[in-house]
Design a protein around this ligand. Structure first.
Ligand SMILES: Cc1cc2nc3c(=O)[nH]c(=O)nc-3n(C[C@H](O)[C@H](O)[C@H](O)COP(=O)(O)OP(=O)(O)OC[C@H]3O[C@@H](n4cnc5c(N)ncnc54)[C@H](O)[C@@H]3O)c2cc1C
Length: 231
C-alpha cells in the first residue's frame, strides 16, 4: 500500500481540498521507477499514477481534511527524524575511531581542534535530547508535537550530517575508496585494511538526504518563522 495526499477539491485554497487515500500498489495505472542514490542504494522511487481508481473505502477520515491529518503525522515524523538514540550511538563510534587515529603521535581525539568539534557536537546532542524529552512529555500530557517538531528536525539532521562529516575527516584517506565488495559482504576485509572506515563514504553521501526528507530544512525554517516567531 502507499498513502497519498490527493487533491479532491480544485476550488479550495492550497492546504484545503486534499484527501488522504490508501492505495493498493497493485492497482492498474501505477508505475514505479527506481531512483538509485549516490551510495548506489535503492531506497526511493518515482511513482506515476495514470488514471488510477481508488475505492472510497480506502479514504482515511473525512474528504478534504487530508492536510489536517498530514500535519499531525508530519509532526511525529519530524520528531522521529531527530533520532537522538541513533546519533548517540554514532557519536560513540566517532570517538572510538578518533581514538584509534593518530595525529602528531597522539590520538586524534586529543587534538585540540578536532576534540573541540566533537565536544561542540556532543553538547548540541545533549541539548537536543532535552528538547526532545520536553516534546515527548507534552505529548504524554495530551498535546501533540506542533511546530516545535520543525526545530527537532533541523537540529537532529544537522547533528547527523556533522557526525558523518567528522567520521570522514577522522579517517582521512581510508574513507575514499567506495568499497562495494566489502559493503555487500563479498570480501572479509576492506580494500584499505581498515574495516571501520569502509562504510563511511557511503554513509556520508546517504545522509545528505536528511536535510531534504520530511520537508526540507529551509521549509522547516519557514514554519518556525511563521508559527513560532510569528514573523
Ligand atoms: C531519501 C528520501 C526519502 C523520501 N521519502 C519520501 C516519502 O516516503 N514520501 C514522500 O511523500 N516524500 C518523500 N521524500 C520527498 C521529500 O519529502 C521531498 O524531497 C522534500 O520535501 C523536498 O521537496 P522537493 O524535492 O519537491 O524540493 P523542492 O520543494 O523542489 O525544493 C528544492 C529546493 O528549494 C528549497 N525551497 C523550496 N521552496 C522553498 C521556500 N518556500 N523557501 C525556501 N526554500 C525553498 C528547498 O529547501 C530545496 O532546497 C523523500 C525524499 C528523500 C530524499
Amino acid at each position: 500500500m502507499i498513502f497519498c495526499l490527493v487533491r479532491t477539491d480544485f476550488e479550495a485554497k492550497k492546504q484545503e481540498g486534499i484527501s488522504f487515500l490508501l492505495i493498493d500498489m497493485k492497482t492498474p495505472g501505477i508505475t514505479v521507477r527506481p531512483i538509485i542514490m549516490l551510495d548506489e542504494e535503492h531506497e526511493v522511487n518515482e511513482v506515476f499514477f495514470d488514471n488510477v481508481q481508488v475505492p472510497v473505502e480506502n479514504r482515511v477520515g473525512e474528504e478534504n481534511r487530508g492536510w489536517t491529518y498530514a500535519k499531525y503525522l508530519l509532526g511525529h515524523e519530524r520528531t522521529g527524524i531527530a533520532r537522538v538514540g541513533n546519533s548517540k550511538r554514532e557519536l560513540g563510534f566517532l570517538k572510538r575511531v578518533a581514538k584509534q587515529q593518530q595525529k602528531n603521535g597522539r590520538p586524534l581525539l586529543e587534538d585540540p581542534l578536532f576534540g573541540a568539534k566533537v565536544a561542540a557536537l556532543e553538547i548540541e546532542l545533549m541539548a537536543l535530547e532535552l528538547t526532545v524529552l520536553r516534546v515527548v512529555s507534552s505529548e504524554s500530557a495530551g498535546k501533540g508535537p506542533g511546530p516545535e517538531a520543525s526545530m527537532l528536525k533541523i537540529k537532529g539532521t544537522e547533528i547527523q550530517q556533522m557526525l558523518t562529516e567528522l567520521m570522514v575527516e577522522a579517517v582521512g584517506p581510508y574513507a575514499q575508496p567506495f568499497d562495494t565488495a566489502y559493503l555487500e559482504c563479498e570480501h572479509e576485509h576492506a580494500v584499505t585494511g581498515y574495516d571501520d572506515a569502509a562504510p563511511l563514504a557511503a554513509y556520508y553521501f546517504n545522509y545528505r538526504k536528511t536535510s531534504i526528507y520530511g520537508g526540507s530544512n529551509e521549509i522547516q525554517k519557514n514554519i518556525i518563522s511563521q508559527m513560532i516567531l510569528g514573523l
